[in-house]
Design a protein around this ligand. Structure first.
Ligand code: UTP
Length: 305
């Protein structure tokens, strides 16, 4: 508790990873979408490391049966560690240890059916209890100097209540996202008076969209209790959040950094290019390769998406 303003700290984070990943089939037939590799590590690791840097202490993965490998990725692999040790591969060992989650700090909540993001979050309620918590969707990755969740926690420590990370989207894209109805906007922090899930451009109250980073109060679970279906016949977190507005502070933060939507092919490829160019080992070569492609005839088609 921040004694000066009664704001409870954010110690726990939920990672909803029980979706079907249909847009990436057949790649995701057996392997979870969240295990797809963005340059050098899976999407879920990018999200967990962002949370670790932001000071999160407890992690809840909402999975569907069969996706347990997502947890295995963050726990020690004894045989592999032994083999690396025997080969003197100290750096590789250190790399693996650097993102492990301590025993008892990573919990699995099961969502047996993918009924929607709101339902997935509701499935985590027993691990969250009565405290504020963060949500990170691993298919949204943010490239920037300061982790997006760290920026959010900094803002939350002043505002309290609920806070979502937001970006401006083209008007024709409002139908893909949760869109804000704005009460006031100082250019960085937005006071929210309403939220609409996937409105058609002509009905959208703004072009500011929520991305996959949230800090919410535990009262959200009461709003999710009714399992009301929304856009696309799914139980939407946006609808539950909209019900908290008015009862609790609700803000949007224009964070510093670039968001990549890795939930579809083009966004995922763009993220690989951007993260590849920034990578300290391969960045210059990636940039060179891109320049070569720009200057040469396009190679033969390798397949279709
Ligand atoms: P998405 O809608 O992007 O993921 O949900 P999806 O449903 O797996 O993908 P497509 O649309 O079929 O290609 C965003 C996040 O919410 C999780 C997903 O795993 C993803 O991380 N999610 C979504 C759940 O955990 N449960 C759900 O019922 C829906």
């Amino acid at each position: 508790m921040n004694a000066a303003n009664n704001i409870k700290p954010v110690r726990k984070a939920v990672f909803p990873v029980a979706g079907l990943g249909t847009r990436f089939l057949p790649a995701t037939k057996v392997m979870p979408k969240e295990m797809l590799t963005l340059v050098d590590r899976p999407l879920i690791q990018h999200a967990v490391e962002e949370a670790q840097k932001a000071g999160i202490e407890e992690f809840v993965f909402v999975i569907s049966p069969g996706k347990e490998m997502l947890k295995d990725h963050f726990t020690p692999h004894k045989e592999l560690n032994k083999a690396l040790e025997a080969r003197g591969k100290t750096q590789e060992l250190q790399k693996l240890e650097s993102f492990e989650i301590a025993e008892g700090k990573l919990h699995l909540a099961y969502q047996d059916e993918p009924l929607g993001l709101g339902h997935a979050i509701w499935c985590a309620r027993e691990f969250i209890g009565d405290e504020p918590f963060a949500i990170l969707l691993p298919d949204d990755v943010v490239l920037g100097d300061k982790p997006c969740l760290s920026q959010m926690i900094e803002a939350y420590n002043a505002t309290g209540g609920n806070l979502v990370a937001v970006v401006d989207v083209p008007k024709e894209d409002t139908r893909k996202y949760g869109i804000l109805d704005i009460a006031s906007d100082d250019g960085k922090l937005v006071d929210i008076k309403g939220l609409v899930e996937k409105p058609e451009p002509q009905d959208a109250p703004s072009t500011l969209s929520v991305i996959g980073r949230y800090i919410l109060q535990p009262e959200i679970f009461e709003k999710l209790e009714s399992h009301e279906k929304g856009a696309g016949g799914e139980i939407q977190i946006t609808d539950a959040m909209a019900k908290l507005i008015g009862a609790q502070p609700f803000h949007g933060l224009r964070f510093e950094g670039t968001r990549y939507d890795c939930g579809h092919h083009l966004g995922f490829i763009e993220a690989n290019i951007a993260f590849g160019m920034q990578n300290s080992n391969i960045g210059p070569q990636v940039t060179e390769i891109l320049a070569e492609y720009q200057n040469s005839a396009f190679p033969a088609k390798a397949g279709t998406l």
